[in-house]
Design a protein around this ligand. Structure first.
Ligand code: FRU
Length: 482
């Protein structure tokens, strides 16, 4: 094993892993780091039947302070997982300060991975307009486990001249008989936008167009994604620096989408922006099309730069990935809902005709709840101190002490026919109207049994859940091909 790989891998001692495993907040059916810090999902794809889920990973530090590489899980069924060797350990000039986010493209039986190499030059720089390297790097694999040496595809000098050094998170798609890459960018005068590059061979890339908002929308757009649904094209991205407007944009940084014109060879202005998930812990989602044609999106259950406290840091880990969600276009709205495989985790089922102001404890907090309100206004109390309420116009979700500073978020909704909630030891994913709206959060309440009550009668289907099965990685070989 080479030295850099060894330094990156060393913190993953059995003792550290055991500490994470013993944490009661450890998630039962969400992917989390084996030890240390996790952020964005990367390189999502299905390759020869196996799903690959890479992610931003800092095994040595649960605060994420050290350099990122890519962690890697594989699965065939989204229930049983194999932890694979870490990939893209930062080991060269182009990615010395981190192998940042990127994506996968399967072409001619080969998995191509594109990511951002991040480096900071020594010196007195602001690291926004000078002193920072954000290059597009590429590597490929014939088996999804062993990777060719990294190569640099684009350097900062190849980007439009009005951009700052912050140009990152390549997502590559086949489109109109060509390949297109979208990159998130910050201009020198701090406007967020997306840049499109084009290639016929995945190696040589030329700038094709720029996507800007109709009026300034934040200072930086991170993690862009180009998504086709029913013949329409959307740009998903995570704008930073957008001010809250009423109940919109309550999160620290945003996540959501713009509809695009289908011609990616011409500059375009886009708007309005639609939020994807209204929660406290959702960011940097990435999507892929699987071999059965489904558009699946996975998000980072976390968000940067917030001041909520994270008790799991003391147990040597932080953050998780959301459940995989199927994206579908429903008239003009993109719905998201956990993929059907997740139902295979269902264990016991209890149907309850909920009577008003009665506390029910149907089983474990590791569960799925399907709720049908029977009135147009209601308040639900869930677990130790979560409140979900609807007044006929506004949905409000509030966390008490278990939110460690998260507070309340709101969604304006015309009518709520159903609520679907996936509850894990330290997370909740809430879907309104089977995916019309979503809200994801972490919470830490030390509960074991679920408590549920409502001030109105409602129907509740409760499913206790089995846990994921995750095999730890066994071989420690260097996955870089000689
Ligand atoms: C988003 C992000 C990306 C970057 C990565 C670094 O969370 O800031 O823009 O590539 O995280 O870990």
């Amino acid at each position: 094993m080479n030295q850099v790989r060894q330094e990156f891998t060393t913190p993953q001692t059995q003792e550290n892993r055991d500490q994470v495993k013993a944490d009661p907040n450890r998630l039962a059916y969400h992917l989390m780091p084996p030890v240390g810090w996790l952020n964005d999902p990367n390189g999502l794809c299905q390759f020869n039947g196996t799903y690959h889920i890479f992610y931003q990973y800092t095994p040595g530090n649960p605060t994420g302070a050290d350099h990122r590489g890519w962690g890697h899980y594989t699965t065939k069924d989204f229930i049983h997982y194999q932890e694979e060797n870490d990939t893209f350990v930062p080991d060269q000039f182009g990615d010395h300060r981190g192998s940042y986010s990127g994506s996968a493209l399967i072409h001619d039986g080969v998995m191509h991975l594109f990511y951002t190499g991040n480096n900071k030059l020594e010196g007195d720089y602001d690291y926004i307009n000078e002193g920072r390297i954000h290059w597009v790097m590429h590597s490929s694999s014939k088996d999804g486990l062993h990777f060719t040496p990294k190569e640099v595809l684009l350097e900062n000098k190849d980007y439009p001249q009005n951009l700052s050094c912050h140009v990152r998170d390549p997502k590559v798609i086949p489109y109109n008989n060509s390949f297109y890459m979208v990159l998130g960018a910050r201009t020198k005068d701090s406007c967020g936008q997306a840049e499109i590059f084009k290639s016929s061979n995945l190696h040589d890339w030329t700038h094709a167009s720029t996507i800007t908002p109709t009026t300034r929308f934040g200072y930086m757009w991170e993690c862009p994604d180009l998504i086709e649904l029913d013949g329409r094209l959307f740009l998903f991205t995570c704008p930073q620096g957008v001010d809250q407007e009423g109940y919109n944009y309550e999160a620290k940084y945003q996540n959501g989408y713009f509809e695009l014109d289908r011609n990616l060879d011409a500059d375009q202005q886009v708007g309005p922006f639609h939020e994807q998930d209204h929660g406290f812990d959702f960011y940097a989602p990435q999507s892929f099309i699987d071999q059965s044609g489904r558009r699946i999106s996975i998000g980072w259950m976390g968000i940067p730069d917030v001041d909520y406290t994270k008790p799991t840091i003391q147990q040597n880990w932080q953050h998780a990935l959301t459940l995989p969600r199927l994206l579908t276009l429903n008239e003009n709205k993109i719905y998201q809902y956990p993929i059907v495989e997740i139902e295979n985790l269902r264990n016991t089922h209890t149907h309850i005709d909920v009577q008003e102001n009665t506390v029910y404890t149907p089983g474990s907090i590791v569960c799925e709840l399907q709720i049908k309100p029977l009135s147009s206004t209601w308040t639900i109390h869930l677990r130790k101190d979560c409140t979900l309420s609807y007044d006929g116009k506004l949905f409000t979700f509030t966390l008490g002490a278990s939110g460690y500073g998260r507070g309340s978020h709101h969604i304006e909704v015309d009518a709520i026919d159903s609520l679907s909630i996936w509850s894990d030891t330290s997370s909740l994913e809430i879907f309104i109207n089977k995916g019309e709206y979503a809200l994801t959060t972490q919470l830490f309440d030390d509960e074991k049994e679920l408590h549920f009550s409502s001030d109105q009668a409602m129907d509740l289907d409760f499913y206790s859940y089995n846990h994921f099965e995750i095999c730890e990685k066994i071989e420690k070989e260097d996955p870089t091909l000689a």
